[in-house]
Each structure stands twice: as C-alpha cells, then as structure tokens.
Design a binder for this molecule. Sequence first.
Ligand SMILES: Cc1cc2nc3c(=O)[nH]c(=O)nc-3n(C[C@H](O)[C@H](O)[C@H](O)COP(=O)(O)O)c2cc1C
Length: 186
Amino acid sequence: MDAMTLLEERRSMGKLTGPAPTREQLDTMYRAALRAPDHKELTPWRFIEITGDGLSRLGDLFAEAESRKSPGIEAQTLDTARKKPLRAPLMIAVIAKVAPDVENVPKQEQVLSAGCAAYAILLAAYAQGLGAMWRTGHYAFDPTVKEGLGVSEQDEIVGFLYIGQLGGRHKLLTERDPEEYVERWT
Ligand SMILES: Cc1cc2nc3c(=O)[nH]c(=O)nc-3n(C[C@H](O)[C@H](O)[C@H](O)COP(=O)(O)O)c2cc1C
C-alpha cells in the first residue's frame, strides 16, 4: 500500500474476527513500532501479546478491577468486563516503560514515544489488510490491571490494541479540513 494512502485512509475497526495475525504479520508490526521517534534512544516501550487463554485471563483481570472499584457490582457488569478482550483474536498491550530522571526526556516524552509505537502498529496492521482498534477504557489506568500485567507504578499502559481480520465493513472516514486546525506564524 502506498504510504500516503495508508496515512490518509487508516481507520479503526471494532468488529474483528479470527484468525489472529500470523507471526510474520506481527513481526512487521513490531518492526514498525520500533521505528517510533525516541528521544535519546531509550526504547521506552514494551509489548504484551495476548491470545487464546491469555484473553480470558485479561478478561478476569478486567472483572477483578471492576469489583475492586465497586464492591457489590452487578454480575452482568462483571460479565461484560470479562468478555471485553474477546472482541479480537489478539491484543497487544502497549506499555510505556518510563526511565525516570533522564535529562531532557521527561515521562511525557516517553509516553508519547510509546504512543507513536502503538500508532505504528495500527498503521502496519492496516497496511497488511488487518483490522485494529486502540482502546484504553478505564482499564489502562486501573491499578489492579497494571499490577496483573506486571506494569510498575511509574510505567503506563498506553493502550490495548485489538487486532484481527475485518469483521465487517470499514466505517466511513470522518472528513476533516486541515485549515480548521492549523495556525500560521509567518
Ligand atoms: C489513547 C486512545 C485511547 C482510546 N480508547 C478508546 C476506548 O477505550 N474506546 C473506544 O471506543 N475508542 C477509543 N479510542 C478511539 C478509537 O481507537 C478510534 O481512534 C476512534 O474510534 C476513531 O476512529 P478512527 O481511528 O477510525 O478515526 C482511543 C483512542 C486513543 C488514541
């Protein structure tokens, strides 16, 4: 796919089905991620690839997070949380692995860099004809989920990338006019 077409046409796909991306497709996605802009080459990212039983384990973690947050929560809400990761055959949790106290590279920059890596994964998925969607919900910020995934307090889950085969039609692109967002200093 032509690079400009990719950049102008990439969109999210929430309805995803199996099979999961192949190892080669995933490798291509990770290679794209590793080209994210990265001040001082800190490589401030980590990827947790989740498939099969791992998706159910993550669902259990989401449910545990809900019940710790709201003890006595309805069973149906817990069930909904448990099923969330099952919306794709594969998920990649993108973690910002933050190196503290690096001169001129504050945490924000490292989180942005991990965010760029996440976006590169979305682009590489789309370029390979796969569907993908970046989600955080409140789970990405939840201490129970962070702990369960082995993410330290100072690190951040920048997103859960749901990836699979297109399970429906792409939604229409929202038309946006760059002129509404651009100011010029001349
Ligand atoms: C950091 C981040 C977190 C997001 N979290 C969610 C989410 O939890 N649920 C959701 O429906 N969309 C979420 N989105 C938005 C979708 O991924 C998607 O970008 C949006 O629906 C617009 O669709 P598009 O990517 O096709 O333009 C998130 C986007 C970003 C950048």
